[in-house]
Ligand binder design. Sequence first.
Ligand code: SF4
Length: 348
Amino acid sequence: MTITDVSSLLPIITKSELPPVDKARATALALNYPSQWENFDGNIVATEMELKVEMKNCNGWVLAGIIDTLAERDGEYIMIEHKTRSGDVDNVGDGYYRRLAHDMQITMYHILLECNGYPVEQTIYDVVRKLTTLCRRIPAGKMGDENVKVGSRAEMCKLGSYHGMDLDGKDLAWLAAYMEKLAVDDTLEPLKESPKLYGLRMAVAIAERPEKYFKQYGQIRRSYEEVEHALAGLRQVCQQIDATDPTDLAVWPMNTAQCNSYGTACEFMDVCAGVQDINGDQYQDRKQRSCPKELSHSKLCSYHGCKRKYHYRYNMGKEHVRQRAPALEFGSVMHLYFAAYFDMKKNG
Ligand code: SF4
């Protein structure tokens, strides 16, 4: 098996705004990612494919979505959706996979693809585990041994490698400076991995047990009935939105059960708590505003989750000025990398 050289794609990660440890984590995953897709025998048709379709008998509403990757094999289309998660990826019996299997997003994307001439045979979720471990202290190892301990200072000094991966001149200079200090001060704190060394260790760990970090969860299909039921539900949502006055705050109720979804505070919390004004300087006009009659999966989730949030976000077109949460940034950078990798596959 030939593994694609992804070095030209790594600047997506190394030049991103991620903190150094997250860059190391993302790089370790990125280096191992091609091994999961090298044997995929489908042809890549498109990545980041923006699709729209007007819903029939629905007062001008349009369904919209961006498909991560579309492939074709033997005349059948396969949708590939990329996901990053912090938990285990190898237990397909857990709730995470059960939810993915019936996720409305996939049903909407099946409809979008079908109506645009790409009938989907199956969806494959491409799930990648986000690393959550940290840089650790490097054990001294036995400097006198012939066979030095892997991942020790002895390995670095004697072999110029860490976990079998070659160190560069900068790493060696950093090590030499530490050893010089240690020679005159034996109370010196143990050497701690730099983000780069941590990334090397993780790259090796992932290569040894890729099943812990990558999962392709496929054979997800949608029946005619499922699509019909989904369309009926989507039409209902569109009719409800059309029937609700977009200028009357009172008819867009709060759902406080959603204020801390996935452990992240809602961006409109301060407004709902009465300490900020939605028209104040903590809020700005959304940079990417969709057409008011466009229904995406995120818009649908927002509507179902909290109507007040939908109102602020989509009727008023507001967003908080703060930067996005680090976990979201990690997922976004990885998504850019996955798209670039499949683009590379598409272009041969
Ligand atoms: S908009 Fe909804 S989810 Fe957000 S803080 Fe207000 S009540 Fe909570």
